[in-house]
Design a protein around this ligand. Structure first.
Ligand code: AHN
Ligand code: ZN
Length: 331
């Protein structure tokens, strides 16, 4: 397991806790019946189809035709749902010396609103199944690790088109590239910065220029049957109010089985770089399975079993409805 050393963060990079914290929390604490906003129903069948569609391209490994085609598909879907697109094309050097052609894909909803929520996932998939005893050098489907988070965000985009945000609240859906091309960790030589190449690039080269958000939520591996989401340490330390809001909302909506009030160790993920370099407090909703071989990620992680067989609409629903509720009740 890769536990993030919290000392990595410079004190200067710590986003200050601002005064919005209390009012945000108060909104969530209100009983659902008292809410004036109608939150639309997240459609888990639709989200499931978005997972399957991505998987149908084949592994979305950078520099492959499947990756290019899936990226084009994602841009087309988000444009179709009325998002204002911000596509960041760039190259990054991978741990093995390969130059990767990458695209971070952002779609802005209610782009002129001043209060912004950043929702993110990664759309690339791992180039090797390095934890799999069988065929460890071939790429994985990444139905959960990659496609699930993107699928939930596509369904949220679809819902936002049907039920536009009101007032001064906007949502930015960010699909990071190059998250999963990190150095295989065979001999304990885990190098955090070889992962999350898209979020590292974006957080240091913001698009739109000068971009900021009030807070962010990252979705990573949010589609597996029986998933549990614990409060990950980096999220708790740097985005505690966001974690509290998400978990409280999940409990209000009846998803406490998926969102137990349980803590997990910290991991390096795209939120790490968004927090550190873009100064946006971001919580990671990431499946936690302490009984799995590496003590954190599920038994399918970076294995060929990360395919459609492990995807469960109920998990997609729990995460999607919770996040949709959070953004649609924001004011
Ligand atoms: C680690 O492997 C610890 N961090 C990368 C996070 C990740 C990989 N999420 C999905 N795949
Ligand atoms: Zn991965």
């Amino acid at each position: 397991m890769k536990v993030l050393a919290l000392g990595l963060f410079l004190a200067a990079a710590l986003p200050a806790c601002d005064k919005k914290t209390n009012s945000d929390t108060a909104t969530v604490e209100q009983p659902a019946a008292a809410e004036t906003v109608n939150v639309s129903a997240f459609n888990a069948d639709s989200a499931y189809q978005f997972v399957a569609r991505q998987v149908s391209f084949g592994p979305r490994v950078p520099n492959t035709p499947a990756h290019r085609a899936c990226g084009d598909y994602l841009i087309g879907k988000l444009e179709g749902y009325g998002g204002t697109l911000q596509v960041q094309s760039f190259t990054a050097k991978a741990y093995d010396g390969t130059t990767l052609d990458l695209r971070n894909i952002m779609a802005q909803f209610n782009p002129q609103a001043s209060k912004r929520i950043l929702l993110a996932a990664h759309w690339d998939t791992r180039h090797v199944a390095d934890k799999d005893p069988q065929n460890p050098t071939t790429p994985i489907d990444g139905a959960n690790d990659g496609a699930s988070g993107v699928a939930v965000l596509l369904e949220i985009a679809r819902q936002l088109q049907a039920n536009p945000l009101k007032g001064d609240v906007g949502v930015d859906i960010m699909l990071f590239d190059g998250e999963d091309y990190g150095q295989p960790d065979n001999a304990g030589d885990y190098i955090p910065d070889t992962w999350c190449l898209g979020s590292q690039y974006w957080a240091k080269n913001l698009l739109p220029k000068g971009y900021t958000a009030n807070y962010g939520i990252l979705l990573d591996m949010v589609g597996a049957k029986g998933a549990r989401f614990a409060r990950e340490e980096t999220s708790r330390v740097y985005a505690g109010d966001v974690v509290e809001k998400v978990w409280k909302t999940a409990h209000q909506l009846g998803y406490s089985d998926y969102f137990p009030f349980q803590d997990s160790p910290g991991i390096t993920d795209d939120h790490t770089y968004v927090i550190q370099h873009a100064n946006i407090r971001m919580a990671d909703i990431v499946a936690y399975d302490p009984s799995s071989p590496d003590g954190f990620f599920g038994p399918y992680h970076h294995r060929h079993t990360d395919n459609m067989d492990i995807i469960d609409r109920n998990t997609l629903k729990a995460v999607g409805q919770t996040v949709l509720h959070v953004v649609m009740t924001e004011q």
